[in-house]
Design a protein around this ligand. Structure first.
Ligand SMILES: *[C@@H]1O[C@H](CO)[C@@H](O)[C@H](O)[C@H]1NC(C)=O
Ligand SMILES: *[C@@H]1O[C@H](CO)[C@@H](O)[C@H](O)[C@H]1NC(C)=O
Ligand SMILES: *[C@@H]1O[C@H](CO)[C@@H](O)[C@H](O)[C@H]1NC(C)=O
Ligand SMILES: *[C@@H]1O[C@H](CO)[C@@H](O)[C@H](O)[C@H]1NC(C)=O
Ligand SMILES: *[C@@H]1O[C@H](CO)[C@@H](O)[C@H](O)[C@H]1NC(C)=O
Ligand SMILES: *[C@@H]1O[C@H](CO)[C@@H](O)[C@H](O)[C@H]1NC(C)=O
Length: 446
């Protein structure tokens, strides 16, 4: 029986508060919601009772849906909250663990390499040529004039990446549904993919559906779609509204992926991510068999492990690797403290114009214990999931974030304007930019 390693975890409080604050600032600028996030109510202390034993719970898949089952939404509340009971998800089917590497056919590690300045072949598209560009990511449009960030090419140490070819990508997608599922970082990768692909299709032969839980780009002549499903926590949660999800507490159904799986299960190629939303403090768990609305509380990493367990159960029981490709994108790094790459400095990514060139640089935003639990879960799925391990290569790109050069949804106050790093977005990525490389990696493995 595995020990719950999240119990009694000591969190260094001060840097944790700063991280929460910065993450909060960036997230709160994401949407023009009218709710004010009551930040100070986020409990910072994690107090779980030591679980005496582990109970395994069967995950709840679409065909097990009880009619009475209430779907979580942003109005859902916990009736009461107790400590985590230690329940875990029982995985059906699926061989438990084998040391087979997923990218085993690949002799070269394409995720290990360096950034090379290449203004001859990059960017792969122009920001202003993409009608589907997001105002959160269009850095040049919002005043960024140093455009070096668009000109870097990822060069693996021991081989070359397959060269991006838009026609070849469309041929791979012919008659298929490609779906990105996850949070705003994954949405950025989806927008990058649409921008990379759209120029091939005449304007009257393509369309984009309105922004919704599921948003769909269609290309008629290829009978193909490139879709984005908003599911920041993968599991069903109270934050699944694509616009209004700024809530005081996060509630998930750890044993349920049903709300989302019914939408993603028919896609041919799936690209998942999840990470940053688990870094905002404790999460409330509402198990599907809980009838009185009583929640359990667990720290973010533990809750992420539960949600990924339910997701992994879906993969192992539903994915036929001959018919469906599934990718998981590892955590996207943040650059919130410049002292990590430039000791004694006090800023963040604001003003950064060049990548970090220290081999293996790793910032504190990319949580190693999370990475290793992700690796454990993915390795138990063997060949059913391919990893896009973008963390290390993106760690180098302190220059790649929008900082102040994006649309902010709430008016900026004078004290913010006088101190640009105070409202810089060092979480998302400018386009064209780093997510284009994530998509080149996807192309490489398709
Ligand atoms: C590319 O970069 C080189 C070196 O910085 C510069 O001399 C050249 O003018 C640039 N070319 C273009 C097309 O921007
Ligand atoms: C971007 O625009 C420039 C100048 O307008 C043009 O020379 C270049 O070919 C364009 N690049 C792409 C990838 O379309
Ligand atoms: C288009 O693709 C869908 C699957 O995404 C398939 O069911 C349908 O038959 C295709 N239509 C044509 C005309 O090929
Ligand atoms: C909360 O508890 C009350 C009384 O115990 C009950 O009537 C109500 O249905 C519960 N709410 C939920 C969401 O289960
Ligand atoms: C991703 O790569 C890093 C090294 O850069 C490694 O430590 C980590 O385990 C890898 N993650 C996965 C899920 O394979
Ligand atoms: C934000 O929403 C308010 C109304 O809720 C609206 O008046 C305001 O113009 C919006 N701001 C932006 C930047 O969209």
């Amino acid at each position: 029986m595995q020990k719950m390693k999240w119990n009694k975890k000591k969190v260094p409080i001060f840097p944790f508060i700063v991280l929460l604050l910065l993450v909060f600032i960036a997230f709160s600028t994401l949407h023009n919601g009218s709710t004010i996030h009551k930040f100070h109510e986020n409990p910072l202390h994690i107090h779980q009772e030591q679980a005496s034993s582990t109970t395994y719970v069967k995950p709840n898949l679409p065909n097990h849906l009880k009619k009475s089952q209430e779907i979580l939404d942003r109005y859902s509340r916990c009736n009461s909250t107790v400590g985590y009971s230690g329940r875990k998800i029982a995985r059906r089917g699926g061989s438990k663990s084998s040391s087979n590497r997923r990218v085993s056919s690949e002799s070269c590690d394409v995720f290990s390499g360096k950034w090379v300045f290449d203004n001859a072949s990059y960017p792969l598209y122009n920001e202003s040529d993409c009608p589907y560009m997001s105002d959160q990511l269009a850095c040049n449009k919002h005043g960024r004039t140093d455009l070096g960030y668009q000109h870097w090419r990822w060069q693996p140490h021991d081989c070359d990446l397959k060269r991006w070819n838009v026609k070849e990508m469309w041929e791979k997608l012919r008659g298929k549904r490609l779906m990105f599922v996850g949070d705003s970082l994954n949405r950025g990768q989806w927008i990058s993919m649409v921008c990379l692909l759209q120029s091939e299709i005449p304007a009257d032969k393509r369309s984009m559906s309105p922004n919704a839980h599921l948003t769909i780009f269609r290309a008629e002549e290829y009978n193909a779609t490139v879709e984005f499903l908003w599911a920041p926590l993968l599991a069903e949660s109270n934050s699944d509204d694509p616009v209004n999800h700024r809530l005081d507490e996060r509630i998930i159904r750890p044993d349920s992926v049903l709300k989302h799986a019914s939408l993603w299960e028919h896609a041919d190629i799936l690209v998942f991510n999840t990470y940053l939303w688990w870094r905002q403090g404790p999460v409330k768990l509402l198990w599907t068999d809980e009838e009185n609305g009583a929640c359990e509380e667990l720290d973010g990493r533990g809750a992420m492990e539960l949600a990924m367990g339910a997701w992994a159960d879906w993969v192992s029981s539903k994915v036929d690797p001959l018919k469906k490709r599934v990718f998981f994108v590892t955590m996207s790094p943040t650059h919130l403290w410049s002292r990590e790459w430039n000791p004694e400095s006090e800023g963040n990514c604001y003003g950064e114009k060049k990548p970090i060139d220290v081999e293996s640089y790793w910032g504190s935003g990319s949580d190693l214990p999370t990475m290793s639990s992700v690796e454990n879960i993915l390795s138990s799925l063997n060949s059913k999931v391919s990893v896009l391990n973008v963390t290390q290569l993106s760690e180098y790109r302190k220059d790649g974030h929008p900082s102040i050069f994006r649309k902010f949804w709430e008016p900026l106050r004078p004290e913010q304007l006088s101190n640009p790093s105070s409202y810089s977005d060092c979480i998302h990525w400018c386009l064209p930019g780093v997510p284009d490389t994530w998509n080149e990696l996807l192309f490489h493995f398709l």
